[in-house]
Structures are given as structure tokens and as C-alpha cells.
Write a protein that binds this ligand. Structure first.
Ligand SMILES: NC(=O)c1ccc[n+]([C@@H]2O[C@H](COP(=O)([O-])OP(=O)(O)OC[C@H]3O[C@@H](n4cnc5c(N)ncnc54)[C@H](O)[C@@H]3O)[C@@H](O)[C@H]2O)c1
Length: 247
């Protein structure tokens, strides 16, 4: 049974991704900083899911999670580096703590999880990093968040080059606007945000966590067996439409 490690699995994109891998028969290590929702996730398939409450930025976090996968299921086949934070400020309003927060949670922790996973992954394994459309283009006010997601795309390319020879594929998904606890309030209550992100998406609906989970699942699967170093944009066409939609 293939084993998947998903960070930030308690809600939003991570939760949908965890559920999709469970539905397709995988074993799962689900980690998050928030405990209660993880227990609820575990109840879906207690014999195939182990949960771990951890802050991904803590020094022991990657080793704890990878060791748990190996101890409980004997292997690690897929790492989904999903946990991350949003709500950036423009660069001129970002203090040093703000810089550190985005880089620690959205970049440094992901690199450390990749490094730990490489220690046990075998040929056929896959890593999927969650980036963002804001890692591919600038966007007003996206600040260090944008920097952090561009770093995910760079990490993905570099690791694909370095570990492809070992049979390990590394890819990224770049979500557009997805309705999750991170974004729901602005989608529902911020007209300027809706104009910038919702009304300018060609495909006439808001993205769902399942849209991203499906892309992650595909990139981790044998169907994507010759795809490496790729960033798959899942945004209803927002990026290519340059912020315009025909009425
Ligand atoms: N929602 C979107 O529109 C969108 C768009 C592009 C990219 N993304 C990316 O997708 C990923 C998931 O986003 P989401 O919208 O589901 O967010 P979310 O806030 O709904 O869920 C993120 C999860 O990560 C966990 N988490 C946060 N910091 C953590 C830490 N230090 N240690 C452990 N767990 C931590 C949270 O507890 C939460 O369960 C993030 O990397 C985000 O940047 C989201």
C-alpha cells in the first residue's frame, strides 16, 4: 500500500487532498498544527490514517513525520508539501518578523520536508509542492507570499533535475483562487478582492479544494510518470486572461 504524507491536512486544500488519497486506497500520514480536525479526518479510515500534530517549522517536524510514515506503514511514496500561510502585506509594510514568517513556513519547512523524505524515498516516489499563481506573476500587494511561492517553483525545478536520476519525480501545483478557510471571508465579503480575483476568472466559478486535490493526485500518480519539474496551474484561466473576462 503506497503511503502519502500531507502537511496542513486539517482543512482546505490539504484536507481535500488527504481525502482523495484515502479514497484511492493509499495509507496516509496527515499532519497539521491544529489537532481537532485531524482526529475527525482519522475517523474516515483509522487503519490507514495516522495523524501528527506539529508545527512544520519546528526543527524535529520533518523527521517526526517521515519516521512515522516508515514506522507505521514501512515506506513513504508521496510527499505533499501543502501547509502554508497567506494574507501578505506589500513589501514596504512587511517587517522582519513578517519576512521570516513567510519564508519559514512557506519555504524553509518545505525544503526540510523534502530533504527528510529523500532519505527514505525509493524510485517511483513523487513530491508535489503547493505553489500559487502568485509565484508565476506579480500581483498588487502579494509581497513575500509571492516570493515564497516563486521559491516553491524553483525548488520543484531544481529537485526534479537532481533526483529524476533516482526515479523520484518532483512537481508543483499552482492554485488560483480556491475557496478555503484561508480565502472564504474575502471571497464572500471583500468586493475589491472579488473584482480582482473572482470576476476576472474566465471559468465562471470559484475554485474548490477538490480541484487542487485532483491535480495533486494526478501528479503523484503513474499517469504522470514522465512529468517532472512541472508546475501545473489550476486557476480557471485567471493567469492567461490577464485579469479580464468578457461579460
Ligand atoms: N486558497 C487559495 O486560494 C490558495 C491559492 C494558492 C495557493 N494556496 C496554497 O495552498 C496551501 C493550502 O492553502 P489553504 O487555502 O487550504 O489554506 P488553509 O489556511 O485553509 O489551510 C492551511 C492548513 O495548513 C495548516 N498550517 C498552517 N501553518 C502551519 C504550520 N506552521 N505547521 C503546520 N500546519 C500549518 C493550517 O492549520 C491549515 O490546516 C497553502 O500553501 C497556500 O499558500 C492556496
Amino acid at each position: 500500500m503506497k503511503t502519502v504524507l500531507v502537511t496542513g491536512a486539517a482543512q482546505g486544500i490539504g484536507r481535500a487532498t488527504a481525502e482523495r488519497f484515502i479514497a484511492s486506497g493509499h495509507a496516509l500520514v496527515a499532519t497539521d498544527i491544529s489537532a481537532q480536525a485531524l482526529d475527525d479526518l482519522r475517523s474516515l479510515a483509522p487503519e490507514r490514517i495516522v495523524v501528527l500534530v506539529q508545527d512544520i517549522t519546528a526543527d524535529p517536524a520533518p523527521k517526526e513525520a517521515v519516521d512515522l510514515a516508515v514506522a507505521r506503514f514501512g515506506r513513504l511514496d508521496v510527499l505533499v508539501n501543502n501547509a502554508g500561510v497567506g494574507r501578505p502585506r506589500p513589501i514596504h509594510e512587511t517587517d522582519d518578523d513578517g519576512i521570516d514568517r513567510f519564508l519559514d513556513i512557506n519555504v524553509r519547512a518545505q525544503i526540510r520536508f523534502c530533504r527528510e523524505a529523500l532519505g527514505v524515498m525509493k524510485s517511483g516516489a513523487a513530491i508535489v509542492n503547493i505553489a500559487s499563481i502568485f509565484g508565476l506573476r506579480g500581483n498588487a500587494g502579494a509581497g513575500v507570499y509571492s516570493v515564497s511561492k516563486a521559491a516553491m517553483i524553483g525548488l520543484t525545478r531544481q529537485m526534479a533535475a537532481d533526483y529524476g536520476p533516482s526515479g523520484i519525480r518532483v512537481n508543483a501545483v499552482a492554485p488560483g483562487l480556491i475557496k478555503t478557510p484561508l480565502t472564504a471571508d474575502r471571497i464572500d465579503n471583500d468586493p475589491a478582492f472579488r473584482r480582482q480575483m473572482v470576476e476576472t476568472t474566465p471559468f465562471p466559478r470559484v475554485g474548490t479544494p477538490d480541484d487542487i486535490a485532483a491535480a495533486v493526485h494526478f501528479l503523484a500518480s503513474e499517469d504522470a510518470g514522465f512529468i517532472a519539474g512541472h508546475t501545473l496551474v489550476v486557476d480557471g484561466g485567471w493567469l492567461v486572461a490577464n485579469g479580464q473576462r468578457k461579460a
